[in-house]
Design a protein around this ligand. Sequence first.
Ligand code: GLU
Length: 432
Amino acid sequence: MLRFAPSPTGDMHIGNLRVALFNYIVSKQKNEELIVRIEDTDKERNIEGKDKEILEILDLFGIEYSQVMYQSHNARFHSAMALQLLHEIKAFSCFCSSEWLDKKREEAKESKTAYRYDDACSNLPGELVIDNMNPFTVRIRKPLEAIVVKDHIKGEIKFDPNEIDSFIIMRQDKTPTYNFACAVDDMLSDISLVIRGEDHVSNTPKQILIRTSLGYTKNIEYAHLPIILNDNGKKMSKRDDASSVKWLLEEGYLPSAIANYLILMGNKPPKEIFDIKEAIKWFNLENISKSPARFDINMLKHINKEHLKMLDSKELSRYVGFADEEIGELAKVYLEEVSTTKELKSKIKPIFSEKEIPNEFKESANTIIKVIKNAPYFEEYEDFKNYVMKESALKGKNFFKPLRLLLTGAEHGPDIAVIYKYIKNYIGEIVK
Ligand code: GLU
């Protein structure tokens, strides 16, 4: 069983979508189920409705899953497991106040050493615990031996015992911390492989320690995906618009193209343009580069254009607000110039909108409008043009400039003869 475990705390980041895609592809390859676990235990950071938004995005990208779980629904298991660890003295109650711990952290900072909890409460006599009315957290005992993680992408990573202290697994309000809830849930769901972002590497030994302490012996495999960098070589963050899947969709990138790019980056695919189904045939986690992948919007634009070209005309026309093959064909002509559905709309919409004609061409435009309104239907642009030219008695710039403006709403653009092919049935709507 594989899992995708997003937190409902903000817009879905492309890094998260990449994690979801990889989990989906590998679950199909291994013929194992994929579950979605909404990690909603950090109540203060949760944002209402983000869970639904995440699920909608997964649907839009064709990422199928067998089940959606909410981590908060497992609260009773988290408590039971913490209790088990306390009974077995693998965890202990810690009464250190947050002010005290902050002071210790500050001291460590001043002496330029890494802060580690000093185990002050690890061996309190029973009566000191039972008589203590102060709030307490539950901490798991630190490991005695090194913890080795064999990562599918990063290779073997060894964590020395002194890198991990006795960390908190239950907060004072008795809610589980991320590491505890995550480790327990992966165990309860019988997860075989965890694919997630590199920012979680340092959590992995902690989660392994939790499960080992609980007596769970099954090995869970790991693959941590390198971070995605922006143009400036910095980690892509909320400040980068393109980091938000919602933003990319609104900008007119197709889900199939976004998926294509996220699977392609930092990878060695056999081809550049593909869909998820094809990727399932050749995708290999071991081919993912260890170094960060750089997000290149121009590459995404190129891929998007290729995916738009592959759509059939009717489908493409829907993306620009029509349901008509001819408009789809017309959009394909404009694809020579632009790469997103938003840009395509900005080309198609002016064709059917009120036209703004510069003063110098207003008179000629009015003459042309009158002629076109009374013109018969012409199959060929040449015949249409010759007719309008003759009847309007205009020529050169005074004819071609206003004609293009009237037919397309733009001064420049693709060959008007090509455009005419697809708009000839709508001339009455276009030239009003
Ligand atoms: N909820 C975590 C996140 O969104 C992911 C945890 C995990 O995959 O283990 O970053």
